[in-house]
Design a protein around this ligand. Structure first.
Ligand SMILES: [Zn+2]
Length: 382
């Protein structure tokens, strides 16, 4: 059985492009920060806190349940000081351990170098409007603090690790707030801050964007933001194939998080329009193995294998990320190893995913340009 040690890496290194700040700070660090800053918590003891935040199958099972406790992490990460510290902890954790499959409580990688991934680029995403204490803190100051965490990390690692931030608009936020985030994203990026992308996150049931007016508004916000585009879309059944395709058409994403709606339409109804659309537009699928299993976006590891095969059949590129490594207690290496050890992915598939990640990153780089739609060829189903 092949392992992580058998993987070859692209010359650019390993990029992780889908990590939420709310899920990337270890639970004990969140608790310490809450105690330090006198933040009221929904539970009494650390054990209860650790149990509440740890995302596992018995307390997840749907996207809504999986996201339930993010509000706690966001509250703890609110304000410039706490946010900067959180960004540093999250990036440091990934960079220092090199994506080790196992990490000690003290933070050391528990496996030798060959079993780690040469992590060279991390895109961290967050919703700054969920970290300004409902308006207590100035949004620009909050984001500037997050960006200073990114700059410090890059300086500390002497350029060996690159990082950037993606601003998440919220499906659970009113249009006015998403518009503010979009305008600010454009402003921050234009000032040279490390803001590289825009995303739409949050429970799909809160706003599937099935209403064309609402979708058009969101498309305007994405245009306003004027940075790399990704969108969480089709993770749950709140988004049907028509809404999925309309979202892709209007928002024009470069990448898409968990586009299960497209695969489900083929598997259940023999309808491959969504898959063909992704292939024709050269959109890269951002996949997060453990998270997808916890939310039941993908039923089990075997179905994961089927998903990868389906994407391959249509010539759709995909890359892997952890989504919420600290709350799932996973790392990129451990998630890839899960796929390998269960026969759900081959070394070739994982190696191709690493090349795709390096190619589709929004981080500024010298690598080959992103594939254009004219380069695509749709491979027929086998
Ligand atoms: Zn996500």
């Amino acid at each position: 059985m092949p392992t992580i040690s058998d993987l070859s890496f692209p010359a650019e290194g390993v990029f992780e492009v889908h990590v939420h700040l709310g899920g990337a700070v270890p639970i004990h660090r969140l608790y310490e920060s809450a105690v330090d800053r006198g933040i009221r918590l929904p539970v009494q003891t650390y054990d209860e806190f650790a149990d509440l935040l740890h995302r596992r199958s018995d307390n997840s099972g749907s996207l809504e349940k999986y996201l339930e406790i993010y509000e706690v992490a966001e509250r703890i990460q609110s304000g410039p000081q706490a946010l900067r510290e959180s960004v540093l902890i999250a990036l440091n954790g990934a960079a220092r351990t090199g994506g080790s499959t196992r990490v000690a409580a003290e933070g050391e990688a528990l496996v030798p170098l060959p079993q780690r991934l040469p992590l060279t680029g991390i895109e961290l995403r967050l919703n700054p409007l969920k970290r300004n204490g409902g308006g207590i803190w100035d949004l620009d100051r909050v984001m500037l603090a997050a960006c200073s965490g990114v700059e410090e990390l890059q300086t500390a690692y002497k350029g060996r690790v690159q990082a950037g931030l993606i601003v998440c608009l919220g499906r659970d936020l009113p249009d006015e707030q998403n518009e503010i985030l979009a305008r600010k994203t454009a402003l921050w990026a234009s000032k040279g801050l490390p803001v590289v992308g825009v995303d739409l996150a949050g429970p799909e049931s809160a706003n599937p964007l099935s209403d064309p007016v609402s979708l058009r508004r969101m498309a305007e916000f994405f245009e306003t933001a004027a940075v790399g585009r990704t969108v969480h879309c089709g993770e749950t059944r709140s988004i049907n194939l028509d809404t999925f395709m309309a979202t892709v058409r209007e928002l024009k994403p470069h990448r898409i998080g968990h586009p299960l709606a497209a695969a489900r339409a083929l598997w259940e109804d023999g309808d491959d329009r969504g898959l063909r659309m992704l292939a024709e537009r050269g959109i890269v699928a951002e996949l997060c193995v453990v998270s997808n299993l916890l939310t039941r976006a993908v039923e089990n590891v075997e179905q994961y294998g089927r998903l990868l095969k389906t994407l391959d059949d249509y010539g759709i590129e995909y890359c892997f990320s952890t989504d919420a490594p600290a709350l799932q207690k996973s790392t990129l290496a451990s998630e890839l190893e899960l796929l390998l050890s269960r026969g759900a992915a081959t070394l070739d598939q994982l190696e191709r995913s690493l090349v795709s990640a390096a190619r589709c990153t929004f981080l500024p780089r010298k690598a080959a340009p992103r594939r254009r739609s004219s380069d695509q060829s749709v491979v027929s189903m086998s």
